[in-house]
Design a protein around this ligand. Structure first.
Ligand SMILES: Cc1cc2nc3c(=O)[nH]c(=O)nc-3n(C[C@H](O)[C@H](O)[C@H](O)COP(=O)(O)O)c2cc1C
Length: 208
């Protein structure tokens, strides 16, 4: 809040996780496009591609062994006002790479906002077929709830022609673009509330 009691206008921080290591990954390109779209609405965005998430298998109680890249990732997740999860369907489920990175969020035990408490969670599943897209999307939303997050009303399940994207990750199908834009709009509006609460908690004289 300002001295007049009006809410502080702070740019929301949104982290995007992409769960594929494939060369020229469709999942990664979609995450990039989603981040660029949110940046148009003043969000401060950060994309973790598959290669940024190649962490050792999560071990409960192993925090002392975390390397700098894991600390950096956890700091970004902790400070995020919203997270967008983009996963390929691997055998009807979230990729192991993404699930492992998400398991590290278990380390975020701060009293104010443990795990992803209160954050909007945008979910996108990218698959070859409809069934894999649907089951993966359902799983992403379940994970979001388990992390105490708020999966947005609309999640996006992409398969077949709906999953075609150009080199920048822009979906070829207008319907896919529209679905992603609606979901991202929900992420941005919820994350703006989170950013205001974050600013209100930040001690005077420090930057939120
Ligand atoms: C190991 C593996 C398992 C897969 N399992 C499924 C599946 O169960 N259902 C499905 O629709 N697509 C499946 N696919 C296809 C991927 O979900 C699809 O190609 C996706 O677009 C890959 O994204 P990427 O280009 O980012 O790697 C699988 C692909 C791989 C490599």
């Amino acid at each position: 809040m300002t001295r007049t009691g009006a809410p502080v206008n702070v740019a929301p921080k949104i982290v995007f996780l992409s769960g594929s290591l494939s060369g020229n990954s469709k999942t990664g390109r979609i995450a990039d496009w989603c981040a660029a779209h949110c940046a148009r609405y003043r969000a401060v965005t950060r994309v973790f591609r598959g290669t940024d998430l190649e962490f050792p298998f999560y071990r409960h109680g192993g925090a002392a062994d975390h390397g700098p890249e894991i600390h950096d990732y956890l700091r970004a997740m902790e400070q995020a006002d919203a997270v967008v999860l983009v996963s390929p369907a691997y055998h009807g489920a979230v990729s192991g790479l993404l699930k492992n990175a998400i398991d590290y969020v278990n380390e975020l035990t701060g009293p104010d906002r443990p795990l992803l408490d209160g954050r909007a969670i945008g979910c996108v599943a990218v698959a070859r077929g409809e069934q894999g897209a649907a089951s993966t999307l359902g799983m992403l939303r379940t994970i979001g709830h388990a992390l105490r997050g708020w999966p947005t009303p609309l999640g996006v399940a992409l398969s077949n022609d709906q999953a075609l994207v150009d080199g920048t990750g822009m979906p070829v199908a207008e319907r896919t673009r529209a679905q992603l834009q609606v979901m991202l709009g929900q992420v941005v509006s919820h994350s703006t509330l989170s950013a205001r609460r974050r600013a209100a908690r930040t001690p005077a004289g420090t930057r939120p």
